[in-house]
Design a protein around this ligand. Structure first.
Ligand code: MG
Length: 269
């Protein structure tokens, strides 16, 4: 479909500019069509689905984004009131809810979402309480596990040095964060993650590895990092085939870490 387009900044072929050009080049140059029509024609010729600036292209779905709240199309996993979206595996989640956040109850075990998810956008906020004493991997440790097996590390890292593929913002045992934007204990941190699930063939072979992009307090710390396999400690990660949707889990590493404002938007492939 063609349509007229008013575009003051589009290039215009002017014969006045071609006066000094040799005759051989003039023939070629004069065949160059004006920009909008050329782009549309190119789209049609190459079999692309849409022409440039095609008015028939569908509008994106409307999403409401009220300040301080989850987007209207998000799955809310914790809104400050209860852990009904989570389980301890054998029943209700055993972690403590108070004052708009929940906290790991050390020794109670990790919690996981009741529903399974594949590729998604996840927002989660976490805090290391001021009273925690961080010593390397001890005292201030938790983690977000996508599909119950791919860990984005949570750790008190301001200050607290440890091996860099185990600090806050690390994909545990695989990639350190690009920078360290962790806030001091007692302050809330945010992770905004784009997780793409791995794809396995019908024979269980890996067809496409997963990836993670992570903004930590608004700062890019994982840039489409390719997941090497299920998180492992003191070992190289390996893949093994699994379902297309699995729970997100949070780690009980024995430390009282706090969480709030957790929401997720499932993504297409
Ligand atoms: Mg951890």
């Amino acid at each position: 479909m063609r349509f007229s387009l008013s575009c003051p900044s589009c290039p215009i072929v002017s014969l006045g500019l071609l006066v000094a050009i040799p005759a051989g080049l003039l023939v070629a140059a004069s065949t160059v069509p004006a920009a909008p029509a050329a782009n549309q024609q190119e789209g049609a010729e190459k079999g692309r689905e849409w022409a440039v600036h095609d008015p028939a292209r569908p509008q994106p779905a409307r999403v409401e984004t009220p300040e301080g709240r989850a987007p209207s199309d998000a799955v809310v996993l914790f809104d400050g009131t209860d852990l009904s979206a989570w389980t301890s595996g054998d029943g209700p989640a055993k972690w403590a809810v108070r004052d708009g956040y929940f906290e790991v109850v050390p020794g109670s075990g990790g919690i996981r979402t009741r529903d399974g998810f594949g590729s998604c956008q996840l927002h989660i906020e976490w805090m290391i309480p001021e009273t925690n004493n961080c010593e390397g991997q001890k005292g201030c440790n938790s983690g977000v596990f996508f599909m119950d097996r791919y860990e984005l590390q949570i750790l008190g890292s301001n200050p607290n040095e440890t091996y860099v593929d185990g600090m806050a913002g690390a994909m545990y045992g695989q990639y350190p964060p690009l920078v360290n934007p962790a806030r001091p204990n007692g302050q809330w941190n945010t992770y905004d993650v784009i997780f793409h699930a791995p794809v396995f063939g019908s024979d269980g072979s890996l067809e496409k590895p997963g990836t993670m992009t992570v903004f930590f307090n608004g700062v890019l710390v994982q840039d489409h990092s390719v997941i090497q396999g299920a998180t492992a400690h003191m070992a190289r990660a390996k893949y093994s085939a699994h379902e297309a949707a699995l729970p997100i889990s949070l780690q009980d590493h024995g430390d009282p870490i706090r969480f709030r404002n957790i929401w997720l938007r499932p993504l297409g492939k």
